[in-house]
Design a protein around this ligand. Structure first.
Ligand code: HPA
Length: 270
């Protein structure tokens, strides 16, 4: 794994010497964010030897390097999901690569179903913690000592400092935030109502198909992590209508303007 990462890093370094301070992995609705920053460089995933190339909607995806005001960032435009069939180690390879490029902090966002019945579609939720029981840990397999320890602590995956910054940025923009625990399932199917009740019993407030694995890989290598879910729909069983990707996309698009403003503000303050 480490050799593969070093090869990917060498591939990136052949094309750019940009050193990001922050890595951004943005979910549904925020893809456009990357086009609105001051772009310094881009690298298509297909140009990086050994890099997992996402199959969603036929978009290969790319790294976008640039500045949000003065802050150097790298954005994954198009993330890799476990449900596409990649081993979990490949799903988190881009996260690790961002860290190896120099990023010290990671901001993750996603679209999620609300399992907390006090939420409503369109809410933004600061991720305070996560549950990944049911998906394999990305840290399974020989430990990459160069990145981190065999048994990493996960008592504060989502930095309390960064959660505070998200709250004050949201307040300045007049945005109300929810807070809660994100439960990662494998997807690509949405959960059953029974699985959503399970998530509720566990203390889960939102359910989704990404993010927690990337957060764990980032913490393993000592990066400071934060995350925000866009609640695009109420989770199965709470929602009285069938779930579909169109509804998810529509809510994500409706919130995108506020969400992008929030992400931009967080980035310059984190
Ligand atoms: N479940 C899982 N992933 C999701 C959902 C959901 O209800 N909505 C958006 N992504």
């Amino acid at each position: 794994m480490y050799n593969k990462l070093m090869k990917c890093l060498a591939s990136v370094r052949e094309k750019t010497d940009f050193v990001p301070e922050i890595g951004l992995i943005l979910g549904s609705g925020l893809g456009e964010f990357a086009n609105e920053i001051e772009i310094a460089d881009t690298i298509s995933y297909t140009e990086i030897e050994g890099f997992p190339v996402s199959t969603v909607k036929g978009h290969a995806g790319r790294f976008v390097f640039g500045y949000v005001e003065k802050t150097p960032v790298v954005i994954m435009q198009g993330r890799v999901h476990y449900y596409e069939g990649y081993p979990m180690q490949d799903v988190v390879l881009p996260t690790r690569l961002m860290g190896m490029m120099g990023a010290k902090k990671i901001l993750l966002t996603n679209a999620a179903g609300g399992s907390n019945e006090n939420f409503k579609p369109g809410d933004l939720m600061i991720i305070t913690d996560h549950i990944t029981t049911g998906v394999p840990s990305p840290l399974i397999g020989p430990n990459v000592e160069e990145l981190g320890t065999r048994f990493p602590d996960m008592s504060e995956v989502y930095s309390k400092r960064l959660q505070g910054i998200i709250k004050s940025c949201a307040a300045e923009l007049g945005l109300t935030m929810q807070e809660g625990v994100y439960v990662q399932f494998t997807g690509p199917n949405y959960e059953t109502p029974a699985e959503v009740r399970l998530a509720q019993t566990w203390g889960g407030d939102a359910v989704g198909m990404s993010t927690a694995c990337e957060a764990m890989a980032a913490r393993h290598m000592g990066l400071e992590v934060c995350g925000i879910s866009c609640i695009t729909n109420m989770a199965a069983g709470i929602s009285k209508v069938e779930l579909n990707h169109k509804e998810v996309q529509e809510t994500a698009d409706r919130v995108a303007k506020d969400f992008k403003a929030l992400v931009a503000k967080i980035v310059v303050n984190m």
